[in-house]
Design a protein around this ligand. Structure first.
Ligand code: FAD
Length: 438
């Protein structure tokens, strides 16, 4: 029987810098790629915007794989049973994948590796999705990092592995489209006008950013009307480009344009937040549900379905917040400063539980990420490990004056005058009292 390797793709939907793909090709014989819509109850199921992106991304990947003679099968079911059935169907002797780091995912992967090994099938995993694997970096005392700056200092001192070249060869197959539909609501389809999805657009976006907007990144990244950040987050979330590719492309740019070094360094430090949150998630399975600082479990949140709905729909009457929430609904994206402002309004001024906001973002963001989303929500709410102190409450009016000084961002997304649903001063005092009580 010819040698067959199954390449199990997950959040690494690319050909370049894909260690598992390289390993699969290195074994010779036939390679069959699979992607699973995993139905295991321990896994967090994707939100709507994310499902929409995934479907487009798989189509693009299927095409790229077909050009190299590899067929992509999209499957659905509990991970272990589905992988084992695929191995049997193809008579595969080996399965390879790149590692993922959420505790529930690791449990599943470990069980599958054991099962395959017991069945006499080779099962091998590789590092492909982070700069440094979360178990490979620790404080001098041997603990996980809970604070970003020392984590960043340790990470930047490392030699980050260079990306692997794009594999050549293979006899092209007829172009493929993905047969499995990821059910997405009608609203998600309008996101298409804002994004180009797949590996080539991700690389183009990176190169355009490094040749252009990165020069002003430190000064302008907080100005939402500029839209001058890289917008790589959804491409990174699905692995259409790897963090190592971004890292090394930026380092090369530093050599080519030393006058941009400082700006590039700032950009890389932001990229490192992605690894930092993955590091947190690796050590804390419950970061989407439990405050990392236990004392905040006692906080008495308000409940108000009306206020929550007004926030979700961009109808709070606070212009920059409404602009952000509408941009999110229309595009699946929101710039980082505005994410902080809307999260602060929800958790502090409206005193609504950060988990409600996290869940809304999870459903609406095209870059929804199991580590970065709860990690950042905990940061803004003040209950994360390395969080903003709870008493630092953003004033969305002065923030808008500073970061949207000519009002062009607000005019674009929420132009009409409205009455605020909350008094900023009184609600700030209420938040200080509630947070202070814990
Ligand atoms: C409440 C809240 C929720 C968030 N949810 C997510 C999420 O689900 N997924 C997500 O990728 N980011 C999330 N972020 C972080 C950040 O807002 C986005 O990564 C960033 O806005 C993406 O835009 P960009 O690619 O242009 O970023 P750039 O400024 O160009 O940064 C480059 C890359 O660095 C990484 N990065 C930058 N800032 C952060 C950060 N604070 N945390 C983690 N990674 C970072 C991202 O991968 C990003 O693509 C959240 C932030 C907040 C305040």
């Amino acid at each position: 029987m010819p040698y067959t390797t199954l390449l199990w793709l997950r959040n690494d939907l690319r050909i370049a810098d894909n260690p598992a793909l390289r390993a699969a090709l290195g074994r010779g014989g036939t390679v069959v790629a699979i992607h699973l819509n995993e139905t295991d109850p321990s896994l967090r199921q994707r939100g709507a915007a994310s499902r929409w992106w995934l479907h487009q991304s798989l189509n693009s990947l299927a095409d790229n794989l077909a050009k190299r003679g590899i067929r992509l099968e999209t499957l659905e079911g509990p991970a272990e049973a589905t992988v084992v059935a695929a191995v049997a169907r193809h008579g595969a002797q080996a399965v390879v994948w790149n590692r993922r780091y959420a505790p529930a995912e690791r449990e599943i992967d470990a069980a599958i590796k054991q099962r395959l090994t017991d069945d006499g099938i080779s099962a091998t995993s590789y590092p492909g999705n982070v700069l440094v694997e979360p178990f490979d970096i620790e404080t001098k005392a041997g603990f996980p990092y809970g604070v970003f700056t020392p984590f960043w200092n340790a990470l930047r001192a490392r030699d980050i592995a260079a990306p692997i070249a794009t594999p050549e060869g293979g006899s092209p197959l007829v172009p493929q489209t993905v047969d499995r539909a990821y059910r997405t609501p009608a609203w998600a389809r309008k996101l298409a006008q804002h994004w180009s999805i797949g590996e080539a657009p991700a690389r183009e976006r990176l190169m355009a950013f490094l040749d252009g907007d990165v020069a002003t990144y430190p000064e302008r990244r907080d100005f939402p009307a500029d839209a001058s950040t890289s917008k790589l987050s959804p491409h990174l979330a699905f692995g259409e480009i790897s963090a190592r590719q971004v890292w090394h492309a930026a380092r090369m740019q530093m050599d080519r344009a030393p006058e941009r070094s400082e700006a590039l360094q700032k950009f890389l430090s932001e990229l490192a937040w992605r690894d930092f949150h993955i590091h947190q998630l690796y050590h804390r399975p419950d970061i989407a549900t439990v405050p990392m600082q236990p004392r905040f479990a006692a906080l008495e949140w308000r409940t108000s379905a009306n206020d929550l709905r007004a926030w979700q729909r961009g109808e709070t009457g606070i212009p920059i917040v409404d602009a952000g929430m509408r941009e999110l609904w229309e595009t699946g994206f929101m710039q980082n400063r505005v994410r902080m402002l809307v999260a602060s309004l929800l958790t502090k001024n409206l005193l609504l539980d950060w988990r409600l906001g996290e869940a809304w973002f999870w459903d609406c963001l095209v870059d929804a990420d199991e580590a970065s989303n709860p990690g950042n929500w905990q940061w803004v709410a003040g209950c994360g490990n390395d969080a903003a102190p709870y008493f630092r409450i953003f004033n969305p009016v002065t923030q808008a004056e500073k970061f949207d000084p000519d009002g062009s961002y607000v005019r674009r997304w929420a132009p009409e005058p409205r009455t605020p649903i909350v008094d900023l001063k009184a609600s700030r005092e209420r938040a200080l009292a509630a947070f202070g009580a814990v």
